[in-house]
Design a protein around this ligand. Structure first.
Ligand SMILES: Nc1ncnc2c1ncn2[C@@H]1O[C@H](COP(=O)(O)OP(=O)(O)OP(=O)(O)O)[C@@H](O)[C@H]1O
Ligand SMILES: [Mg+2]
Length: 159
């Protein structure tokens, strides 16, 4: 069962960061977030916000030359954040090689930029976030939850 789609308008980069921060604060180990949207849409800004909400203050940049980076909360606790850029992945075998399912089973939340289409290989439960850059530079963000765990948390985290 999926909760209803929800669209949020984010006029400035700080709004996008704050959106991510609120989402990050309600994430748990095992959560999978897929970010979709064109170059410069704001996928990394959302991820940076998520990291802040998870208590991670390390710099978050697009993992351009590495495919995945692991960031641990400053407290040393869980969940860790696995930040993946699927843009340059060569194919489905490479996705399997990352062992993201192992991360999900244990102690990480996984955020995948360019992740749409990978979901069903990893988890039945995931949150798809689509970002669109309007002509006036405002970002429109649409939440598409899949699975049962998201509706209440989205309400709680993003209300
Ligand atoms: N409302 C906004 N929300 C997010 N970013 C914004 C906003 N307005 C302007 N920006 C700018 O847009 C850019 C978004 O870049 P970001 O790296 O997050 O995009 P991306 O989707 O990760 O791109 P890529 O596909 O190259 O990884 C940043 O330079 C940011 O400053
Ligand atoms: Mg990026």
């Amino acid at each position: 069962m999926s909760a209803a789609l929800r669209t949020v308008e984010l006029p400035a980069e700080d709004d996008t960061l704050e959106f991510g921060r609120r989402l990050g604060a309600v994430l748990r180990a095992g959560d999978l977030i897929l970010l979709d949207g064109p170059l410069g849409a704001g996928k990394t800004v959302v991820t940076r916000g998520i990291a802040r909400g998870m208590g991670i203050s390390a710099p978050i940049t697009s993992p351009t030359f590495v495919i995945a980076r692991v960031h641990h909360p400053d407290s040393g606790g869980v969940p860790a954040l696995v930040h993946v850029d699927a843009y340059r992945l060569g194919g489905l075998e490479e996705i399997d090689d990352l062992d993201l399912d192992t991360d999900l089973d244990t102690e990480a939340a996984v955020v995948v930029e360019w992740g749409e289409g990978l979901a069903e290989r990893l988890a039945e439960d995931y949150l798809l976030i689509r970002l669109r850059r309007r002509e006036d530079d405002v970002r429109e963000l649409t939440l598409e939850p899949h699975g049962s765990g998201w509706g209440e948390r989205i309400e709680r985290g993003l209300a």
